[in-house]
Write a protein that binds this ligand. Structure first.
Ligand SMILES: Cc1cc2nc3c(=O)[nH]c(=O)nc-3n(C[C@H](O)[C@H](O)[C@H](O)COP(=O)(O)OP(=O)(O)OC[C@H]3O[C@@H](n4cnc5c(N)ncnc54)[C@H](O)[C@@H]3O)c2cc1C
Length: 247
């Protein structure tokens, strides 16, 4: 289905919150706010004094139940053009040109049902968090599991919120894996996501799961291949690639 033409609008930064050493969440108040579907993103456009413009996409972290504003969570890519600007220059009160919500494929809402299997690497957890926040806001008991790959303990975005959610909601479980430095005394997974790990985590849902995979290209491709080998029907798998490197 064709998407309506979306206009650029100036959002006002109302809050900036550090999530990890490399990630921050930005709250924007939008004059022309529209309800989004969890998984969708906004484009951000920066314009230099000489008129040079550049755009990047950022997934919406907040649920559509948060009316009038949206939250984005951005990882700082050290040699990047846009993410260091957002991290190092932007302050509350500033305006930011945005356009959205965009995307109709990598989306989930409670009407689609479950069971829901979310697989994320690094900042790929952002659109998955919007799905979980929406599920929680709707008090939906749809069974959901998340498998989240990070480099180190300090790189896990939304750790407290995920653990709180898992502790208070019997239908939700979160599984972490660490590819470099796990927390001290860690007894869980400590490697890249592979076929054994994925089949252990997805087991209770079997091939019925609706699976959303988001993160670095290498992770997304590896996971998608395993899911196909596991004979999860392709129409139940949705993927989104954020960037070139692996977690
Ligand atoms: C649909 C969509 C949603 C996205 N949502 C998010 C989000 O919620 N949060 C978020 O932080 N990012 C997200 N991204 C990635 C984001 O759009 C930018 O690519 C990222 O912020 C880098 O932009 P930059 O201008 O800082 O770096 P650039 O100047 O574009 O790149 C600088 C260098 O970093 C490399 N690079 C680019 N992106 C990445 C990356 N993600 N990881 C590692 N290296 C990279 C480039 O190859 C290049 O070498 C999303 C991308 C897409 C397509």
């Amino acid at each position: 289905m064709a998407q309506p033409v979306l206009e650029w609008q100036a959002g006002t930064v109302t809050a900036i919150r550090p999530e990890t050493r490399q990630t921050k969440s930005f709250t924007l108040a939008l004059p022309k706010w529209m309800a989004h579907r969890p998984g969708q993103h906004y484009d951000i456009r920066l314009t230099a004094p000489d008129g040079y413009q550049t755009e990047r996409s950022y997934s919406i972290a907040s649920p559509p139940e948060r009316i009038g504003e949206l939250e984005l969570t951005v990882e700082r890519i050290p040699d990047g053009e846009v993410s260091p600007y957002l991290h190092d220059v932007l302050v509350p009160g500033d305006q930011l040109e945005v356009r959205g919500p965009i995307g109709g494929y990598f989306v989930w809402d409670v009407a689609l049902g479950g069971p829901l299997m979310l697989i994320g690497g690094g900042s790929g957890v952002v659109p998955l968090m919007a799905m979980l926040r929406h599920r929680a806001a709707q008090h939906a008991a749809i069974p959901a599991r998340m498998l989240y790959s990070s480099r180190t303990a300090g790189d896990v975005i939304y750790r407290d919120e995920l653990d709180r959610l898992a502790g208070s909601d019997r239908a939700f479980e979160v599984f972490y894996t660490f590819t470099r430095q796990p927390p001290a005394d860690w007894t869980g997974y400590r490697r890249r996501i592979d076929a054994t790990m994925l089949s252990e985590v997805i087991k209770p849902f079997d091939r019925r799961a609706r699976v959303y995979v988001c993160g670095p290209t290498l992770l997304v491709e590896a996971v998608a291949n395993v899911l196909i080998e596991m004979e999860v029907p392709t129409e139940q798998i949705r993927t989104e690639r954020f960037g070139p490197t692996g977690a």
